[in-house]
Design a protein. Structure first.
Ligand SMILES: [Ca+2]
Ligand SMILES: [Ca+2]
Ligand SMILES: [Ca+2]
Ligand SMILES: [Ca+2]
Ligand SMILES: [Ca+2]
Ligand SMILES: [Ca+2]
Ligand SMILES: [Ca+2]
Ligand SMILES: [Ca+2]
Ligand SMILES: [Ca+2]
Ligand SMILES: [Ca+2]
Ligand SMILES: [Ca+2]
Ligand SMILES: [Ca+2]
Ligand SMILES: [Ca+2]
Ligand SMILES: [Ca+2]
Ligand SMILES: [Ca+2]
Ligand SMILES: [Ca+2]
Lengths: 151, 151, 151, 151, 151, 151, 151, 151, 151, 151
């Protein structure tokens, strides 16, 4: 959120406005000389089912090795809030988040997990992964990141 | 959902339509001769903050002793879905759900807990309770209903 | 199961036959001079939804203070198996189990909890309780009995 | 479920009818350019023991890397419901589910786990896996997926 | 175990001999001027089913307020080991342990819980309690003591 | 935070400024006709030991029944942040928070728990409680509120 | 258990007789064309200490990839019951179970874990493994299978 | 520890010296006008068995309502360390700690729990309680405080 | 802390003084002939956000294989306390701690994880790793170290 | 403990004497033809800090593949008890236990973990490992074995 935006906050509206105006932001990586891992969890993802329009809920889990940029967290939160009124499938949502972040950050490696709440008695988690050519540094083991389920 | 509504489902829209058209329904209590307790948990409540418009998330936990009616579960789920676009405080949402269910069902006793996700590093749970005059039957102990917290 | 029944077992069928032929059995209480509590959990209750015919799953939890009789466990298991093809609501199933056991055993006190799996994102537990006139002995606190949920 | 099927629902019967009429459905994979993993859990599998006819219960856990198709979740749920009256062993049920899904989807990689409830004081889990020729993409570590057990 | 017994230990036999020769022992209560609570758990109770001869397993949990005596722990352990070859029901075992300890110790208050392993898919816990006339001191709340179960 | 304050935010400083300028705020209770309970947890309390100056850490847990006012959450968070540079004992911090909130809100009932991290291998929790004259409504049971401890 | 054995059951004795008469049985593998894993847990192993005669308790955990045979579960349970009166060390019991099952089934791969209860304040788990020549299929990671321990 | 003691610390010895020289200290209660509860847990109690000399381990849990004094925590820790070389029974240790703290602090109410590690396969917890004449303020429910056990 | 520092402690100040005067200390490795792993967790890291000045909280987890030196724990704790008034990002804090410890100790291998509390509904963990040239000894698997989160 | 030692037990002293007289004992490996793993946990290790003399507490976890010998468990427990009055660092204690057991048993592979309780708010675990030349059999994954910690 820019300084300008902040000064024109309309009470009862500024959250909605910030989400609508938001663009994912990249910040400079303070330690580009090292391959290190950033792990992020965002438990309040919600969107609408493309088939029925009923709400879906998920936790989005992101692991990445930054190159020149790291993602700015408030813009990421608002980006995730922006799915609230979109109709999108589990598979497409997870892959879209990965595509958008890879485009923004150009990471050395990134994995996105979409850990969706049970629907029709079926639990779904989607894992999508990107690796830059020639990258061979750290990469956390392939495991489950489960929030709010009994797994 | 009536048979009629079901026959006119618009693909990609019928969930939204069902939520908009929904009315809380009461069904007859099959065992009104006994004071017994119904415990319900609905983990995917979401509304908008009345101050900022940012989304809030909660689990709604309901305990009640029915008199002549029990609540129909699908209509309850759609009723809860209906808060998705409302701007309402934690205290008001919890009390409103209690008021609406007491009006519909006329229970002997009812308690609603709104277990809200952390905001600004503060965890909030609201407990609101109704008791019919002269009721003295079972009433579960006053305890925490926590979803997704470490308590 | 009598000796006779056992000798005529049809391979691949005798389980189905035992369930159909079963009657709840009472055995004499070895210690009727004392008010003591029996706690039972039966995690594989399944029946059919009276509205849709889809299967429902629950754990049945029974606490009671026996008077002259205790319930025989194998007949109880088969009795519970007998709900597999019945269409019955959460409230009615829990109250019926309580009624059948009270009729059979004449306990001093009994509580049945039907801890049903989530449906339509709503978790339901039903608690129904019987107390004989003038009984004032031990009675476990009114709390949740949860199997396979994160509560 | 087609629109047509939906219009002829018989109250108290349509769930049974849907299960009987169901066929597993494949949907197009929205991101076939990427090797990504879909993780599914279906906690309410029940079938009948081929030896005795008594009911068995399990959680079915599926991990796969889709190629051109993903499985449609409601048809999968109904397919799993369809085992309710079949007499089949733990090993055969797990392998059959894998075979049916491989035939339907032609995945790059798939693993099915049948996590069965305790019988005769023995806990059983069956793991069966398929890999397409030349596939070398992501493959979650070989671990336990346990729902409702104390493991 | 007396010094004498200890000197004649037969390798590979003395455990069996100690269990056979054991008698429950009482020791003097070091603080009889105060009503205080002793809580004991013995997780390796095993006996034989009176109906079939198959082994049963339980955890025995004992709470008591001593009067002039406390139970000696090694003799209690051997006493519990002594049920290994007895055929006895869940109800009778729990009540017998309570009766034997009340006779030995004359406590102000005592409760015994027999937390039995699942049999035929049913979990059983038996609670039996004794209170001396006129006793009105501390008495832990009536709750579950669960070992190795998911409760 | 007033609109004015918000417009003059100094980058890298405004958090510090907000904490320094903060005053606890009361908002009107939307449902004063009902006795209901608000439960709050604030896990990041830190202050300095009055004896040594070393940092202490705690979770503050607040339960209250509002009368005419509820506490505004952002001002509460900033109030708690304001202890960061104060030297104060466990007992005094917990009682001071209770006194300040009782003065501000005039609640019907309030309890504050200070759940402090281990120091010198000792774990400390302080519970302090206020009740208005003649109040007899709901009051959650006296239990532990533990965050980040193994209790 | 054959039909014949079943017809001559002596009440109060037939469990003991079945255990004594039992022989481990192999059944045909329904899917020998695939390398798949069977995971079994048997929580009620008990034997006698070879040194003292005191009872020992363990959970036996078995993982294997069948070749032409799978183990029949009731005969396995009775085989495990057969250790009740044997004096055998932790190391020898675990290796003997592995040897007996390898001889019976000729598996492609098998691992047995004996997870013994604490003795003398020491917790012991024994892991023993067999692999057929040239086998290179699935093999679950080397991890702990813990029942009733805090690991 | 006095300033003087601190200045003469002998490297490799001062801990032993502090424990030997320690005396339990009382500090003034900062809020004597209110009945509030202090909860303390000390997980590293160890002493020697009076019968055999073998080490015993426990967690000591203390709840009290202070009157004019609170206990100083470092002196309490050193007091507990002082049991390391004493031979004392479970019952006597718990009661002695209660007696010493009641003598020092003159509290309105106090309860001490000695949660001892398993010995001879038996788990023991001792609860001892003191109440000043005429005290009727808060008193936490009588429950288990378990550290490091699976209960 | 040197002997000298210790003798001049100012009551109410010496903790603050020790933190200000502290320098990370290395001690000789008692077993340099072996590649072994030291695992450290420091749960009370707090600093200030470089953007807003609001406090941040984290657990710092360190794994390393020492060469000639190990880190002295009290100096490490004071070093971590020294971040309390610094404005620093999650990424920079984690990398700076790694850089400072690598400079001090010259380890064979080291990994630092900064497990930060949720901010703006996003959970962040940063993993940074150093490996000396030619090192090929033990290196714990790359996994999550979570303190106080529900992960 | 030899027969002779056992016959001269002094009441109130024999535990202390056994610890003083103890020597670690090796027993023959019953299955030297196989590479199998023994896992041991000993939760009640305590020693004295070499710097201050204050007590330290740890759980010692041992994994090894025996060659010709296995360790006798009672002598191991007494060996661990023998550290109670020694002043030794975390690193040295863990390495010394490994060295003593490698000397005694000549194992094919062994790892010792010293899981120490928190001191000065820092949690420490030390992992030390030995491998015989040319050994390439099973070796459990490098993970944490935590007892009584929240990890
Ligand atoms: Ca979820
Ligand atoms: Ca989870
Ligand atoms: Ca929550
Ligand atoms: Ca919870
Ligand atoms: Ca459930
Ligand atoms: Ca299961
Ligand atoms: Ca059990
Ligand atoms: Ca339990
Ligand atoms: Ca805490
Ligand atoms: Ca165990
Ligand atoms: Ca386990
Ligand atoms: Ca313990
Ligand atoms: Ca505990
Ligand atoms: Ca955290
Ligand atoms: Ca953790
Ligand atoms: Ca520990």
């Amino acid at each position: 959120m820019s300084e300008e935006q902040q000064q024109t906050r309309v009470p009862g509206r500024y959250g909605l406005d910030e989400i609508a105006a938001n663009r994912l932001e990249a910040w400079p990586n303070p330690n580009p000389e090292r391959d290190y891992v950033v792990h992020l969890e965002i438990p309040e993802f919600t969107c609408l089912c493309p088939r029925s329009g009923f709400p879906d809920f998920a936790t989005i889990v992101i692991d990445y090795v930054p190159d020149r940029s790291v993602v700015e967290l408030k813009s990421l939160k608002l980006y995730i809030n922006g799915y609230r009124d979109r109709q999108i499938s589990h598979e497409a949502a997870t892959n879209t988040i990965l595509n958008d972040l890879v485009t923004l950050l150009g990471p050395r490696w990134m994995r996105v997990a979409g850990d969706f709440n049970v629907r029709g008695n079926i639990k779904t988690i989607i894992f999508a992964e990107y690796v830059a050519p020639n990258y061979s540094g750290p990469r956390p083991e392939y495991r489950r990141h489960m929030t709010g389920s009994s797994l």
